[in-house]
Design a protein around this ligand. Structure first.
Ligand code: GDD
Ligand code: GTP
Length: 425
């Protein structure tokens, strides 16, 4: 049997996703018509014999309840459970803490997916490599530009055998442009002992390594035994485990040529939306709007949204539930969220319009396109770093004929005059 784990993080993470994560946990933010984590589930559902998915995080139990109910109806063959960490345990700490739950049913191996990446999740290809090489671990890798690489985990591999020779998390100097996509397949027999020996190493020399955890403030006040133990439960897959795997285990990399992007900043939801929409379009998804003179595919329009037939939408546009788009509106490369209203002849480009926000008639809300394959959502404009994507938080208002360029606007703001390159608080 095979299982899957999705690492969803918790409320102290996803801060770069503000203002969009102020009202909703990032994994539930919708791109291409579905929550980010739903895209992980669809990929998992395509792997034969996966019966159980564990979502591990430290959000409150109630946060994923409705999502799990809906997803269980949509993927009836998979049992979805949420396992809550009592504090942030790190990317491997949660796996270890919940090892009994993961090992239940005796799976020989399990996938681990970071919830905050957008990709085609070629899990079946990873599984094939795993079997072909009799692997103990497989990591998904992708090539990025040299200057982007050091923001990720970097992999040095043998070109012929795909064996991982060396792994360094966010290295200071360049070692490779093959990076960690945040998707793994582990044999249960290998990974839990590896985590255990990392813990052992740690307890043998606890004072030599410091594990700062801003999440767990108490530990800096009370340095008693108990806290030592708690701190020891924090384990990072990347720093504490993967390098050791590269040294001693049957560890391989599957390199994807397909799309891959991280979803960190709020602006990165726009490329993620575009990539998932393009994938849905290529696979002939029935959810997308039909192409026409005014619909340049791919475009997703929620069935409860109202779009005037004279509005021109696309490419890469998602319109959320009950949103209203008026006559003569132009929207491209953007996400319009639930209950938002775009009045007649307004123009929305490279932007996210927050829940229940209103964009006035003839207004322009615009960002700037970023180069294809760029792994950042900030750009340099007149010598300063600004947001490439314009984001309006929840319940913002843009007046008629007002122009908003490269701005991030916190919830409940009214923009009555033109603004550019600002964070509006
Ligand atoms: N349950 C749980 N508990 N999840 C966590 C925790 C935790 O304490 N900490 C992080 N996560 C989840 C996040 O929600 C995210 O899905 C994933 O684990 C990785 O998050 P980070 O720890 O912030 O790492 P990162 O995104 O900067 O880098 C990782 O991903 C890159 C690819 O996107 C690393 O694995 C890099 O090597 C990799 O390139
Ligand atoms: P399209 O035929 O709409 O594709 O126009 P285009 O190829 O000239 O521009 P594109 O679609 O790449 O980008 C949108 C641009 O179209 C914006 O800069 C707007 O100025 C303009 N635009 C087109 N139609 C409208 C409209 O109905 N209302 C507004 N406000 N702007 C529009």
């Amino acid at each position: 049997a095979t299982k899957a784990v999705i690492l969803v993080g918790g409320p102290s993470r996803g801060t770069r996703f503000r203002p969009l994560s102020l009202d909703l946990p990032k994994p539930l933010f919708e791109v291409a018509g579905h929550p980010i984590v739903w895209h992980c589930l669809t990929a998992i559902a395509k792997v034969p014999y996966i019966q159980e998915v564990c979502m591990i995080g430290y959000y409150d139990e109630s946060v994923f309840r409705d999502f799990i109910k809906d997803a269980s109806n949509e993927f009836p063959q998979i049992k979805i459970v949420y396992l809550r960490e009592y504090q942030a345990l790190g990317t491997a700490g949660g796996l270890y803490h919940f090892r009994d739950a993961i090992l239940k049913g005796r799976p020989e191996r399990f996938f681990v997916l970071n919830a905050d990446v957008c990709c085609s999740f070629p899990l079946n290809d990873m599984l094939k490599l795993f079997e072909d090489r009799d692997a103990e671990a497989v990591i998904l890798g992708t090539r990025v530009s040299e200057d982007a690489a050091s923001n990720f985990g970097c992999i040095v591999s043998d070109a012929h055998t795909s064996r991982v020779l060396h792994y360094v998390e966010k290295p200071e100097s360049h070692i490779s442009n093959l990076i960690n996509c945040g998707v793994y397949l582990f044999s249960t027999e290998c990974i839990f002992p590896s985590i255990r020996s990392a813990i052992k190493k740690r307890t043998e020399r606890p004072r030599l390594v410091s594990y700062p955890s801003s999440e767990n403030l108490e530990s800096s006040f009370f340095q008693d035994e108990d806290d030592e133990e708690k701190k020891n439960e924090v384990l990072r897959l990347e720093q504490d485990i993967l390098s050791d795997l590269a040294d001693s285990k049957q560890f391989f990399v599957y390199e994807t040529k397909d799309f891959w992007r991280q979803i960190k900043t709020a602006g990165s939801a726009v490329p993620a939306n575009a990539l998932y929409l393009q994938k849905a379009w290529q696979t002939g998804s029935k959810e997308l709007a039909k192409a026409s003179a005014n619909i340049l595919p791919p475009v997703f329009i929620h069935p409860t949204a109202h779009v005037d037939p004279s509005a021109k939408l696309g490419p890469n546009v998602s319109i959320g539930p009950r949103a209203v788009v008026g006559a003569g509106v132009r929207i491209k490369e953007s996400i319009v969220l639930e209950d938002a209203e775009i009045k007649h002849d307004a123009c929305v480009l490279y932007s996210i319009i927050g829940w229940s926000s209103r964009v006035g008639a003839w207004a322009r809300v615009e960002g700037t396109p970023t180069p294809v394959n760029s792994h950042t959502t900030s750009i340099i404009k007149n010598g300063i770093k600004v947001q490439s994507i314009t984001i309006l938080g929840k319940e913002c208002g843009v007046g008629d004929e007002v122009r908003v360029q490269n701005c991030v606007c916190l919830p409940f703001k009214e923009l009555k005059r033109d603004v550019a390159n600002e964070v509006i608080m």
